[in-house]
Design a binder for this molecule. Structure first.
Ligand code: FE2
Length: 278
């Protein structure tokens, strides 16, 4: 289901996606991660390879935290599926990886998910649509659930806490592309958009977490920064962009993928859900 594997969605061709594909393909991880410059390539508009990215910094900053909200409950059951045969709602499978700062996958990371049911209601007495699990040896996870319902004041979202062994907890939320309320929900952050596609009557979503966990690089001497000295360009915070708008930033051109109000931190290379390389 990894769209990056067949090239159907170039937004998935981030450095993380390449690593994700390498992991999925069973590439020996120490070798794969040692060859950072070789892996750290971004595929451009014509499918050609652009400059290698010297560091894990092309949108792979740590996953931003978000408010826990009022409905978290501790001690959720350990399970990867929150549904059974009779559960109403559109089936949704969320898959992804948990990475550290050097883009190396983290095994045994805790993921604790909670969400509303199809009617936008949280179970605050029991544990419906609540469950925790751990990433496997490759740092991967899979959650089987439904598309959460809407409730007043919020856009569609899934709550999650993610924790590498012995590290602080990241509390955040995951979002769905194309939701009208993404435009008005003040908590919404496009950096937390999942990649979602329809498969049959269900949905398949992908999201990779990057935790603020230091990892020793196996090739630290090759990380000399070659990023542009002056990011600059026509992109401007505070501008209302619509799909198809074109800007420049850091010497590169980008095309807007969905309407949004530009904000600091949402510069084109940081939010592949909003901008693709032109
Ligand atoms: Fe919520």
């Amino acid at each position: 289901m990894d769209a990056s594997a067949d090239g159907t969605d170039e937004r998935r061709f981030s450095r993380k996606s390449v690593l994700r594909a390498a992991v999925a393909a069973g590439v020996a991880l120490p070798v794969a991660m040692m060859g950072v410059p070789a892996l750290a390539r971004t595929v451009g508009q014509e499918g050609g390879l652009l400059e290698p990215t010297p560091m894990c910094d092309d949108g792979d900053d740590p996953t931003p935290p978000q408010t826990e909200g009022p409905y978290f409950k501790p001690n959720s059951p350990r399970r990867t599926s929150l549904v059974d045969a009779g559960t109403p709602g559109t089936r949704l499978t969320v898959t992804g990886y948990v990475f550290g700062l050097a883009c190396q996958p983290i095994a045994n990371a805790l993921l604790d998910f909670w969400q509303a049911d199809v009617n936008g209601v949280y179970d605050n007495t029991g544990f419906r649509f609540r469950g925790h699990q751990f990433t496997n040896a490759n740092g991967a996870f899979t959650l089987s659930t439904i598309v959460p319902g809407l409730y007043p004041g919020r856009t569609r979202h899934i709550h999650v806490k993610v924790q590498a062994p012995g590290r602080p907890v990241l509390t955040t939320q995951l979002y769905f592309p194309g939701e009208p309320r993404n435009q008005t929900d003040t908590i919404f952050d496009p950096r937390l958009l999942m990649t979602v596609r329809s498969v049959g009557s269900g949905r398949e979503a992908a999201f990779d977490f990057v935790l603020n966990v230091p990892q020793s690089s196996t090739n630290p001497t090759t990380t000399t920064t070659t990023t542009p000295s002056q990011p600059g360009g026509t992109w401007a915070s505070g501008t209302n962009y619509v799909a198809g708008d074109q800007v420049t930033y850091g010497g590169a051109g980008y095309v807007c993928l969905q309407a949004h109000l530009a904000q600091p931190g949402w510069e084109p290379p940081n939010v592949p859900a909003l901008w693709r390389a032109a």
